[in-house]
Design a protein around this ligand. Structure first.
Ligand code: BTN
Length: 258
């Protein structure tokens, strides 16, 4: 990975300072462990992760030399209840960046998936640490499968996950995609800071492969199906049950039924 090439493509405030590692446990763990060096806009990138993780403690497959694993450090000055929007804006940023650099029309699936041909091509894990009265430290972890060939996928996810090379038949320089992800993060984070939440949500809805479809939702204590109607101003998913009742979901797994 050529970090100078990444830096030379950076246009905004996010990505001016990058820490690069050949191998880490997880870029999110490294980012959460940074103290006063954790300035807003600092990035952790790794070529591989030994304990890459997804939501609900799941493993994120992170072999070397193929994919993108990075974490963005933010210090958002907003109430904690608005922080779900960080994941939403990051998905919008990634969808823009991948479309622009590869031409592949990736979509977003609530809450944190990037999809191509109904298979997962990337994911976002946002983790928050609050110490005393300081602004919260928000770490947005982004994983994107780029040059990972079908033979490199564990059999358990071969049918449900994909990569840019599997979708397009082409390999890509990761550096250009990373710069563009960070530039788009800068753009959409600025929109977030300016309070343009409706714009962010409208953009997410435009890229959504979830809305208007019958979905099965599984939460910690419940499972139900219904029509995915919209996301609200905080990024919660609104599902219409067969009874007509509307439910708002803050967290859970979503399966598209049709
Ligand atoms: C998910 O889909 O559940 C989220 C996956 C997030 C993976 C990325 S890779 C970079 C960062 N470090 C991690 O350990 N996880 C995130």
């Amino acid at each position: 990975m050529d970090i100078d090439a990444v830096l030379s493509g950076i246009k905004g405030d996010i990505g001016k300072r990058i820490f690069f590692y050949d191998r880490v446990s997880s870029t999110n763990t490294v980012a959460l462990g940074l103290d006063d060096r954790a300035e807003e806009g600092t990035i952790i990138i790794a070529d591989s992760q030994e304990k890459g993780r997804g939501r609900f403690g799941r493993t994120w497959v992170s072999p070397p030399g193929a994919n993108i694993y990075l974490s963005v450090i933010l210090r958002p000055a907003v109430a904690a209840r608005h922080l779900t929007l960080l994941t939403i804006l990051s998905a919008v940023a990634c969808a823009h960046a991948v479309r622009k650099t590869t031409g592949l029309a990736v979509s977003v699936k609530w809450p944190n998936d990037l999809m191509a041909s109904d298979r997962k091509i990337g994911g976002i894990l946002t983790e928050i640490r609050t110490v005393g009265n300081e602004l919260p430290l928000a770490v947005v972890g982004i994983g994107m499968n780029v040059n990972m060939q079908a033979r490199d996928f564990p059999v358990s996810i071969l049918a449900t996950a994909t990569s840019l090379i599997r979708e397009t038949g082409r390999s890509f320089h990761r550096e250009g995609i990373i710069s563009e992800i960070l530039n788009e993060m800068d753009r959409w984070y600025k929109a977030f800071q300016a309070g343009l939440w409706e714009t962010i949500i409208a953009e997410w809805q435009r890229f959504s492969s979830t809305l208007g479809r019958e979905v099965l939702v599984k939460t910690d204590h419940d499972a139900f199906s219904g029509l995915a109607e919209a996301i609200d101003e905080k990024g919660l998913l609104i599902v219409r049950l067969p009874s007509g009742e509307m439910r708002k979901i803050a967290s859970g797994d979503l399966f598209i039924l049709q």
